[in-house]
Design a protein around this ligand. Structure first.
Ligand code: NDP
Length: 489
């Protein structure tokens, strides 16, 4: 047994009693002066951080990222300057729509958030296990997420809300197609790919820029559950993904992913059939082949879940020199929304929490605020310019200017071919899925759409089937058959 430690209060005073409260005599009421009791109860009341509105249930691990291909042609990011470069990473996987206690095998996209602790600062790739998303404009996000949460009256999940919204928002079709394939119920977190989803940019030392997409390919192979396996696990092991992940790492079976990039030049972007910054579209691998970048291995479960997993804060705005943003509208919205969520959930100094803290030095004039724990700049000036410190902005870090596609600031219109929400889900259905995967997708959709209820039921089903009809006639007709619905094509 390890050496005994003395029980103390949070302020460090050794304390004599941990279970019996101080009372007025042996049978009397508790005394207000039992400050140890107050401290214990009051802290307990404050144990929960506000639950993340999305991605509430998750798991995480530390690991390493090792570069396998020099990418200096595309980026001046130091991490990619030579083969063999390494950095530590922290990854959080999650489901999206459910609460913290929800089941791990729900049909849902999976969050796939990676923090690279590089010598140039933290680089976060905050993506999902799907290469696309349901919406392409951040203004739609609260509406969309409300449909995935609980009905305002019944407080139940509502297939009617979900399909009403999806059928009125055809740009969701591509993601909905993936979600209702068996990739919507992955076998835990080890056997799925991750995608940066958005278009990002890379800038090399000559300040030349290319557009980039990031893919993490699972090296364990893709494994999914069918609907009945996923349904059964909801009852028998709602924490399946957490258990599988922690157990594998504890046994020394460290999961690995190969990071790959796709590159599109500005010239290619002008010729691309769709808007290259539309997050509901992929770039075909045939036209934009995957290029090796590195290998990520996860090998260390944090010793304290709350300290690292619950307090982890990822943001797409955390990019490093040589890796930049793009005009992808959803990305632009997330640049605001993620740090804003962290400031609400963890406070203005959330980047001082160890799991979020960069390994590179920080020099700025931000000071004070709740939970400031890093010395707060000590006695250095908290204003700029000043005559005392030597912090200066280094202009060499300026990125090359973005090409503007229009000089009008008040346009709300969509881009060319923006209404084509059908070609890519059609390619997935016809060219990528096997017959068995197609059959499962149809039966998964039929199962979910069977839950649509109420006075608008037929209208919603007809509208969604019309969208599926544009993806693939047989797909729509088979779903209609499964629903026993008289579809008017
Ligand atoms: P490819 O045949 O080169 O690639 C197909 C991709 O689809 C592979 O990455 C594969 O992942 C992935 N995949 C297989 N089954 C599913 C599924 N049920 N849900 C989601 N992804 C799946 O084709 P293209 O690049 O020409 O793209 C064709 C279609 O494939 C696209 O319209 C899109 O729907 C889908 N897709 C394309 C991706 C891309 O970045 N180009 C990425 C993911 C999907 P794996 O290799 O791990 O099996």
């Amino acid at each position: 047994m390890s050496k005994k430690e003395k029980l103390t209060t949070a302020s460090g005073r050794p304390y004599f009693e941990n279970e019996d409260s101080m009372t007025a005599g042996s049978k009397g009421p508790i005394l207000l002066q039992d400050y140890y009791l107050h401290e214990k109860l009051a802290h307990f009341n404050r144990e929960r951080l506000p639950e993340r509105v999305v991605h509430a249930k998750g798991t995480g691990a530390f690991g390493t990222f090792k570069v396998t291909n020099e990418l200096t042609k595309y980026t001046k990011a130091k991490i990619f300057s030579k083969i063999g470069n390494e950095c530590r990473v922290f990854v959080r996987f999650s489901t999206v729509g459910g609460e913290k206690g929800s089941a791990d095998t729900e049909r849902d996209p999976r969050g796939f958030a990676v923090k690279f602790y590089t010598e140039d600062g933290n680089w976060d790739l905050v993506g999902n296990n799907t290469p696309v998303f349901f919406i392409k404009d951040p203004k739609k996000f609260p509406d969309f997420v409300h449909t995935q949460k609980r009905d305002p009256k019944t407080n139940l999940k509502s297939p009617t809300m979900m399909w009403d919204y999806w059928s009125l928002n055809p740009e969701s079709l591509h993601q909905v197609m993936i979600l209702f394939s068996d990739r919507g119920t992955p076998n835990g977190y080890r056997f799925m790919n991750g995608y940066g989803s958005h278009t990002f940019s890379m800038i090399n030392s000559a300040n030349e820029m290319v557009w980039v997409k990031f893919h993490f390919k699972t090296m364990q192979g893709n494994k999914t559950f069918n609907a009945s396996q996923a349904e059964e696990l909801k009852a028998t092991d709602p924490d399946y993904a957490q258990r599988d992940f922690v157990k594998a790492i504890d046994k020394g079976e460290f999961p690995k992913w190969a990071l790959k990039i796709q590159v599109m030049t500005e010239e290619d972007a002008k010729k691309f059939r769709w808007n290259p910054f539309d997050v509901t579209k992929v770039w075909s691998h045939k036209d934009f082949p995957l290029i090796d970048a590195g290998i990520m291995e996860l090998n260390e479960i944090p010793v304290n879940y709350h300290a690292d997993v619950e307090q982890a804060a990822f943001a797409p705005s955390h990019v490093v020199d040589g890796i930049g943003l793009s005009p992808d509208k959803l990305l632009q919205g997330r640049i605001f929304a993620y740090p804003d969520a962290h400031r609400y959930r963890l406070g203005a100094n959330y980047e001082q929490i160890p799991v979020n803290r960069p390994i590179s030095p920080m020099h700025h004039h931000q000071r004070d605020g709740m939970m400031n724990i890093n010395g707060n700049g000590e006695d250095n000036p908290n204003y700029f310019p000043n005559s005392f410190d030597n912090i200066e902005a280094d202009k060499s870090y300026k990125e090359s200017p973005l090409v503007m596609y229009s000089n009008i600031a008040d346009t709300y219109d969509r881009n060319e071919n923006d209404d084509d929400h059908f070609t890519q889900p059609g390619d997935l259905y016809r060219k990528v899925m096997t017959v068995e995967q197609r059959d499962n997708t149809i039966s998964n959709i039929v199962g979910a759409m069977s839950g649509i209820a109420g006075s608008k039921k037929d209208e919603i089903i007809q509208r969604q089937l019309s969208l599926y009809y544009k993806v693939d006639n047989d797909l729509a007709l088979n779903i209609a058959k499964g629903l026993n619905f008289n579809f008017k094509s």
